[in-house]
Design a protein around this ligand. Structure first.
Ligand code: SAM
Ligand code: SF4
Length: 561
């Protein structure tokens, strides 16, 4: 194995070159059917990126394998957003090395000429981008480092690693969107898909590493998004989540050059939005109109990009889901200013009022950070009061984790003690849970349209699905009227839309409901389902059992980022 400094030199040199080193023939870039196993950590963007990586490697003649034991290449697609996320990856890398050693032990007895090298190990994504060459240096746990804009280089990097050289490419791009790569959705349920529409972030919130690991904002041409979604619809998918670090800042500049409309009062962008032909509201409208029986969601948005135009699309099109993630981060204007969020508490609350005025049945979710630099008890109480005022249906809540390279790391002091951060986080979670449970209690007796996702983990006699407001619903697995044909009861299947009436709030995010009829988005919207179905099936409302089923709010605390 080469020494650390030569490993880094080789890797750095590699970052500069586009061509293969002379000792590698283009044949080496061909994976030769080698097996690749990918583990994905972090947000949905990483899940979508893994699908792009699979497609690129498949094109280079690598094969996906379902277990690490069969792998010639192990790739970890990583997250760097908090220290804890990176800690998990280091633990995993050490475990992989220990397993390699265990597998190599006894090679002499087996009559092998040398210890087997084991799989090539690569780090992809944000942690690779943040730590760059350090990953190759430290403990030599990694052979390949590839940043989020360099996935096209992976076959070349792997060829180099297979020839015994460490390899690194962490160049960020101003225009890479992988628009031409058809993602390989291995292990997908065939019902819900993620579609990346933009990458990067221009906002530079003072606590956040994302702009440093994902680079500047750039959007994929609307036409390529439309054709990917059309293919998903043809393949039977029923739900698409549009993805981007700031998904609603989407601006396709490839077709048309109109100025951005003025931003909502009280919101300020870090850099002026670009000229563009299609913006987010236009894209969502175009997709939702083209596929009226497909649901559309999006994440993760920024509060500054919720113009009325976007709210009208959500109000007027039943398949543009009325479930909006509007990350607040804090309820204190002082803290929001030092976070560089570009809005105040009042501006945020005014936005929420407008959202509820235009889309009264909307479900709202948010992100909160406890214990940011300079946050005092008064600021914290302002966050709790904002949560009580808005009453979010879902929330992702985190203790502040200082990240190197950010503005906060350079200029602010991480001065809230660990135990205070965590006490405040517990209070934030409790406040969220109280609001979400109350919101779920209020659902009892209401009708919703549920997209069936699969059988319940607890019982194969129950289905699990989601409302358009993104609440999880458990319902009995029994034949229901088929409202689409007006015919006899039918068995429900995954991917069906079923009209339900809520009978019980099971937890802060889960409801139990009585199935009424199999139907469609258009039919449910036209109101042609519940009355007929109810005549056949009288409603039985169960008493609340929230205390019994609530999992202590852990889904909220853990979040999904
Ligand atoms: N772009 C979205 C926005 O600004 O609203 C959020 C995307 S960010 C990748 C996901 C969430 O991670 C943030 O909303 C924030 O709550 C949390 N986060 C980011 N940096 C963090 C840090 N240094 N410590 C704790 N939480 C952090
Ligand atoms: Fe991070 Fe979101 Fe702020 Fe961008 S807008 S810097 S992704 S928190």
């Amino acid at each position: 194995m080469p020494g650390v400094s030569s490993r880094i030199k080789a890797a750095d040199a590699n970052a500069e070159e586009d061509l293969l080193p002379p000792y590698l023939s283009s044949l080496a870039v061909d994976g030769g059917g080698r097996g690749v196993y990918v583990e994905t950590y972090g947000c949905q963007m990483n899940v979508a990126d893994t699908e792009v990586v699979r497609a690129l490697l498949k094109g280079a003649n690598y094969a996906h394998v379902p277990t690490i034991d069969e792998a010639d290449v192990v790739l970890l697609n990583t997250c760097a957003i908090r220290e804890g996320a990176e800690g998990k990856i280091w633990d995993r890398l050490r475990q992989i090395r220990a397993d390699k050693k265990k597998a190599a032990a006894g090679w002499r007895t087996r009559g092998e000429p040398a210890p087997p090298r084991g799989p090539v190990v690569g780090i992809l994504g944000c942690m690779g981008e943040r730590l760059k060459g350090k990953l190759l240096e430290e403990e030599a746990l990694v052979d390949v480092v590839c940043g989020p804009d360099a996935y096209r280089a992976l076959p070349r990097l792997l060829a180099r690693a297979h020839a015994g050289q460490p390899a690194l490419d962490v160049a960020l791009s101003l225009d890479e969107t992988y628009a031409d790569v058809a993602p390989v959705r291995e292990g997908s349920d065939g019902i819900s898909a993620f579609v990346s529409i933009m990458r990067g972030c221009n906002n530079m919130c003072s606590y956040c590493i994302v702009p440093h690991t994902r680079g500047r904002e750039r959007s994929r041409p609307a036409a390529s998004i439309a054709s990917e979604v059309a293919q998903l619809a043809a393949d039977g998918y029923r739900e698409v989540t549009l993805l981007g670090q700031n998904v609603n800042s989407y601006a396709d500049s490839s077709d048309g050059t109109a100025d951005a409309p003025p931003m909502r009062e009280g919101f300020r962008p870090m850099v002026p939005p670009p000229k563009a032909g299609v913006r987010f509201a236009g894209l969502l409208e175009q997709l939702a109109l083209a596929h009226p029986e497909m649901r559309f969601r999006f994440t993760s948005p920024h509060p500054k990009d919720f113009p009325d135009d976007l709210l009208y699309v959500i109000r007027d099109l039943p398949n543009a889901c009325a479930s909006l993630h509007i990350p607040a981060q804090s309820g204190s204007s002082k803290v929001l200013a030092s976070m560089r969020r570009g809005y105040s508490r009042d501006a945020y609350l005014t936005l929420i009022d407008r959202v509820r005025e235009l889309v009264p049945h909307v479900a709202l979710s948010s992100d909160f950070i406890s214990g940011f630099c300079g946050e005092d008890e008064e600021d914290h109480n302002l966050t709790l009061s904002l949560m009580e005022m808005v009453r979010f249906d879902r929330a992702f809540m985190f203790a502040y984790s200082m990240r190197e390279k950010t503005h906060a790391h350079r200029r602010l002091e991480d001065d809230v003690p660990h135990d205070v951060k965590h006490r405040r986080l517990s209070e934030i979670i409790e406040t969220f849970n109280a609001g979400a449970r109350a919101a779920n209690e209020a659902e009892v007796g209401r009708d919703h349209l549920v997209l069936i996702e699969g059988l319940s983990k607890k019982s194969d006699q129950e289905w699990v699905g989601r409302t358009d407001t993104n609440k999880k619903v458990v319902l009995a697995r029994e034949p229901v009227l088929d409202a689409t044909t007006g015919g006899a009861p039918v068995d429900v299947a995954v991917g069906d839309y079923v009209a339900v009436r809520v009978t019980q709030a099971l937890s802060a995010n889960t409801l139990r409901a009585q199935p009424l009829a199999r139907t469609s988005i258009a039919q449910f919207e036209a109101g042609g389902v519940s009355a007929n179905a109810l005549r056949a099936q009288p409603l039985v409302v169960a008493p609340s059992s929230i205390g019994q089923y609530a999992a202590g709010g852990s889904h909220a605390a853990a979040g999904s980022y």
